[in-house]
Design a protein around this ligand. Structure first.
Ligand SMILES: Nc1ncnc2c1ncn2[C@@H]1O[C@H](COP(=O)(O)OP(=O)(O)OP(=O)(O)O)[C@@H](O)[C@H]1O
Length: 454
C-alpha cells in the first residue's frame, strides 16, 4: 500500500470498477463516485491527491467539476477522461489546470504511467515550495536576533525600508555587527525577493576586475575579455546588489557607480549601448566615510547619493541586552550542526560573556560559541571553554563581581596596575587616586613606594 488517495469520477459503472481494481492492485487507496456533485463532496471531506475525472457526467459536467475542485484545493492533480474526438474540451480542461487527459477506451498501463508522473510532479512542486519558504525563512530578518531596543528599532526600520521604493541604502557599523545580514533582509523581505541578491566585496577584488564584475564587458574590450560578460548590475536586474566595504572602492569605480546611481544605466566595458537596470543598491562600510572624504579617498557626491537612507548597527558592547539572546541563538544553531545538546551556560560563563567588550562583535561571539560547543560534552557551557584571551582581557568589573580567571592571576601585578590606573584617572592626584581604591593616603603611598611609583 502507498499513501496516495485517488478518486475516480465516472458515470459508467464498468470504468469505475476496472479502474478501481487496477489502482488497488498498484497499492493506491481508491474511492469511486458517479457524478460531479458527489466528487466535490468527497474532495471537500477527504482531500484526495489525485482525481480521474470524466468530462461527460450527468448533472454538473467534468469541466465545471474541475473548476470547483481547483477552487477547493489547487494542489490536487486532475487527469481528465475524455471520449475520442473531443480534443477541444480536453485542451480547455488543461487550461483550467488539469494535469493531463487520457482517451477512452484507455490502456491501463498507459494510465498508470500518467498517474505516476502526475504524483511525482506534485511531490516535486511541494518540495520546491518547501525549499522556497525555508530559504526565505533562513535568509530574511526572522533570523536576526534583536532583544535590545537599539536592534528592535533597527529591525523596524529595515522592514519599512525593505517594503519601500528606496533605491539606495547605506548600512554602517563595525566589522561583524551584522551589516550583510541586514542587507539580505532588505532584499528577502522586499517585493524583490524572488529576483537575485548579488553581493560583492569591494575591498577583496582588484580595481581592474571590480569594474568588470559590476558592469560586465564586451568581448575583446581588454586582453582577458575572451567573451562577453554580464556584470552584477545586469545579473541582479529586478533584485538587489550588495556592495560590501564600499569605503574601499577605488575612486575610478566610484565615479562609474555614481553614474549608475544617478541614471540607473551604464555601459559594459568596451560597450556602446546604454543598459538600463532596476536594482536596489545596498552599500555597507565599517569606515568613517566623512573622514575618507577628508582624506581624499571617497567622493563627496557619491557619499551624499548613498547616505539618503542610512542604517547604523551599533557595536555589540553598546547593546548588551542582545548578548545572551545571540549566544543562545548560536548554541541552538551549533547544537544542530554538531549533534550536541547544550541547553545553557554556567553562571560564571554567562557573566564573562556579558562583561567582555566584543571587539569582533557578533562574528566573534558566534566563533566563541562554535568553539565551546565543539569542546563541550555536557549540557552546560562552562567558563573553561571560553577562549583564554577573552578571559584575561575581561575587566575586573564592579565591586564584588570580580571573577578570577581559571588560570589565576599575579596579585602583585594587578595591584600595581590598579594603582597606576587610579593615578592616571586622577591626573596624578594621589588623594583622589587613593579614594578611588578606598585606601587611606598613607596606605596608598606605601603601595606606590612598594611598586617603585614614588
Ligand atoms: N542580529 C543578529 N542575529 C543573528 N546573527 C547575527 C546577527 N548579527 C550578525 N549575525 C551573524 O554574525 C556574523 C557576522 O555578521 P555579518 O557578516 O552580517 O557582519 P558584517 O557587519 O557584514 O561584517 P563585515 O563588516 O566584517 O563584513 C554572521 O554569521 C551573521 O549571521
Amino acid at each position: 500500500m502507498n499513501n496516495y488517495r485517488v478518486l475516480v469520477v465516472d458515470d459508467e459503472h464498468l470504468i469505475r470498477w476496472s479502474l478501481e481494481q487496477s489502482l488497488k492492485k498498484q497499492g493506491y487507496h481508491v474511492q469511486t463516485v458517479g457524478s460531479g456533485e458527489e466528487a466535490l463532496d468527497y474532495v471537500r471531506s477527504d482531500s484526495p491527491d489525485l482525481v480521474f475525472l470524466d468530462i461527460q457526467l450527468p448533472g454538473i459536467d467534468g469541466i465545471e467539476t474541475l473548476e470547483k475542485i481547483k477552487e477547493i484545493d489547487s494542489d490536487i492533480s486532475v487527469i481528465m477522461i475524455t471520449a475520442l474526438g473531443v480534443l477541444e474540451t480536453a485542451v480547455k480542461a488543461m487550461q483550467l489546470g488539469a494535469y493531463d487527459y487520457i482517451n477512452k477506451p484507455f490502456n491501463l498501463d498507459e494510465l498508470s504511467v500518467v498517474l505516476r508522473k502526475a504524483l511525482e510532479t506534485q511531490a516535486l512542486k511541494k518540495e520546491v515550495e518547501h525549499l522556497r519558504t525555508e530559504k526565505k525563512r533562513t535568509q530574511s530578518s526572522s533570523r536576526i536576533v534583536a532583544e535590545s531596543s537599539h536592534m528592535k528599532n533597527v529591525l523596524d526600520m529595515v522592514s519599512k525600508i525593505a517594503q519601500s521604493d528606496a533605491a539606495t541604502v547605506l548600512v554602517q557599523g563595525e566589522s561583524g555587527t551584522g551589516k550583510e545580514l541586514v542587507a539580505r533582509a532588505l532584499h528577502y523581505d522586499s517585493p524583490r525577493s524572488e529576483q537575485p541578491f548579488m553581493a560583492i566585496n569591494c575591498a577583496a577584488v582588484p580595481e581592474t576586475l571590480l569594474e568588470s564584475e559590476l558592469m560586465g564587458h564586451e568581448k575583446g574590450s581588454f586582453t582577458d575579455a575572451k567573451a562577453q560578460k554580464k556584470g552584477l548590475f545586469e545579473l541582479a536586474n529586478g533584485g538587489t546588489v550588495f556592495l560590501d566595504e564600499i569605503g574601499d572602492m577605488p575612486m575610478g569605480t566610484q565615479a562609474k557607480l555614481l553614474r549608475v546611481l544617478e541614471e540607473r544605466s551604464f555601459r559594459r566595458i568596451g560597450g556602446t549601448k546604454d543598459i538600463h537596470v532596476d536594482v536596489r543598491i545596498v552599500a555597507a562600510t565599517n569606515k568613517e566615510l566623512l573622514k575618507a572624504i577628508d582624506d581624499g579617498t571617497f567622493r563627496k557626491d557619491l557619499y551624499y547619493r548613498i547616505q539618503v537612507i542610512p542604517i547604523y548597527l551599533p557595536p555589540l558592547r553598546e547593546r548588551p541586552d542582545d548578548i545572551l539572546a545571540l549566544a543562545h541563538h548560536f548554541v541552538q544553531h551549533f547544537n544542530a550542526e554538531f549533534g550536541k545538546n547544550v541547553t545553557g551556560f554556567s553562571t560564571s560563563a554567562e557573566r564573562y560573556l556579558l562583561d567582555y567588550d566584543w571587539p569582533g562583535n557578533i562574528r566573534e561571539l558566534r566563533n566563541v560559541i562554535e568553539r565551546a560547543i565543539i569542546l563541550e560534552s555536557g549540557d552546560t557551557l562552562k567558563l573553561e571553554l571560553l577562549p583564554r584571551e577573552m578571559l584575561s582581557q575581561t575587566p575586573a568589573t564592579t565591586n564584588g563581581n570580580f571573577q578570577l580567571p581559571p588560570e589565576g592571576i599575579d596579585i602583585e601585578v594587578v595591584e600595581k596596575q590598579l594603582i597606576q590606573q587610579a593615578l592616571a584617572l586622577s591626573n596624578g592626584n594621589q588623594s583622589q587616586a587613593a579614594r578611588k581604591l578606598h585606601l587611606g593616603i598613607d596606605a596608598f603611598r606605601y603601595r606606590m613606594k612598594k611598586f617603585g611609583l614614588l
